[in-house]
Write a protein that binds this ligand. Structure first.
Ligand code: SAM
Length: 367
């Protein structure tokens, strides 16, 4: 295994919890803002660190090979533990939970987790439950996921060209099966389906316009993502990034676009609508137009560490609290303290040097 990969059981990944200055109960309820005034709103939960794809930019085969030390079952949060934590997060006003991974549909009985999470939503405080998937198992599972209470879905698809897609997922997975999954999701009522395309220069950037064209007018929203320096294993270089502005320019030249307002403050994707009214695309520009100032997302890793930034090197150990007998007030208080001291803004201060720093892998922290 590469020296640059942080072993999952490495204690250096764990950040000490901020000290309590007031009683746990004092911090247990209500919205919390960080040092830059950003209010906690979204939670991403990685339900597995495993994936059946070996996307070259995320879980490259040479590092995530047969000997890779994935988490043991006992280390992974159970559904009951995840539901308990989400319930506690809800006390701080969390409105959206995104299940991710790894590949979330590899986690057995995921529908059960979704069903239990769905019960946490109320008329006064609805809970938006969504999921990001590579789509490989979606054709089989879409109906059950929707019936369990999933509200929306995002499917990753990096090219419509079969050879390019197979080369990027590196397990010879065909495009047609992912398209079938997208159709199944739409038929099940998961709308709108979002399609994520990570754009890497000279790998798939020449397929950007074809991707936009394929889904224009279909009701699906394609989001073009700048290739990021997440984790420590993808050998990221700035030269590989295709700026969102260039992507918009290329699509606009063939299918005119106009910029649209965000749905809410902190929305990750910048929205562009087709001038002929046939739908929209999004661009996610974490590299060239960092959106840290509005970032309201916390990330719960598969083993219950809380990360306050996608590019973090360390997380806070909530699992020890969960399993060590801390009550819900105590956990809610710890979450509030963690969020209150948060000052992350990695993408705004990224340099070629920081890009080489040790960060946790996206498959573990959740994309
Ligand atoms: N397995 C699921 C999937 O494929 O969607 C969920 C996990 S995946 C880590 C979540 C999202 O992160 C995917 O859309 C993936 O393409 C994106 N992603 C992974 N590595 C990335 C990178 N280096 N830069 C930009 N996006 C990346």
């Amino acid at each position: 295994m590469s020296e640059r990969v942080i072993p999952i059981t490495d204690a250096r990944r764990i950040k000490p919890l901020p000290e309590a200055r007031v009683s746990a109960a004092a911090n247990a309820d209500g919205p919390v803002a960080d040092t830059l005034g950003r209010t906690l709103r979204d939670l991403r939960v990685s339900v597995t660190d495993r994936c059946n794809f070996r996307c070259v930019y995320c879980m490259p085969k040479d590092i995530f090979g047969p000997d890779y030390p994935y988490l043991a079952r006992s280390e992974i949060l159970s559904f009951e533990e995840i539901v308990r934590l989400v319930r506690v997060f809800r006390r701080h006003g969390i409105q959206k939970v995104r299940l991710t991974g790894g590949e979330p549909l590899l986690r057995r009985n995921l529908e059960r987790l979704i069903g239990d999470l769905a019960k946490l939503g109320t008329a006064e405080q609805p809970l938006d439950i969504t999921l990001t998937t590579n789509g490989s198992l979606l054709a089989r599972k879409a109906k059950d996921l929707c019936a369990a209470g999933l509200t929306r879905i995002t499917v990753s698809l990096d090219s419509l060209d079969d050879a390019t897609f197979r080369a990027m997922n590196d397990v010879e997975f065909p495009v047609s099966d992912v398209l079938e999954g997208i159709d199944a999701a739409r038929a099940a009522g998961l709308a709108p389906v979002k399609v994520n395309m990570v754009v890497k220069r000279d790998v798939n950037d020449h397929h950007v316009v074809a991707m936009a064209r394929r889904f224009k007018g279909s009701g699906c929203i394609v989001r073009f993502i700048e290739y990021m320096d997440v984790g420590a294993s993808n050998g990221w270089r700035m030269d590989d990034v295709v700026p969102s502005a260039e992507i918009v320019r290329r699509i606009h030249a063939e299918m005119p676009l106009a910029q649209a307002d965000p749905h809410y403050r902190g929305e990750v994707a910048e929205r562009w609508v087709y001038a002929d009214g046939s739908g929209e695309i999004g661009v996610i520009s974490s590299v060239t137009q960092a959106f840290c100032r509005d970032c309201n997302r916390a990330r719960l890793s598969t083993d219950g560490m809380l990360y306050t930034c996608l590019f973090a090197g360390q997380g806070y150990d909530l699992r020890t609290l969960l399993r060590g007998g801390t009550d819900d007030d105590g956990i809610a208080g710890a979450i509030a303290r963690i969020w209150t001291v948060r000052d992350d803004r990695y993408s705004e201060i990224r340099t070629a040097e920081t890009a080489k720093e040790r960060k946790v892998e996206m498959s573990y922290i959740g994309g």
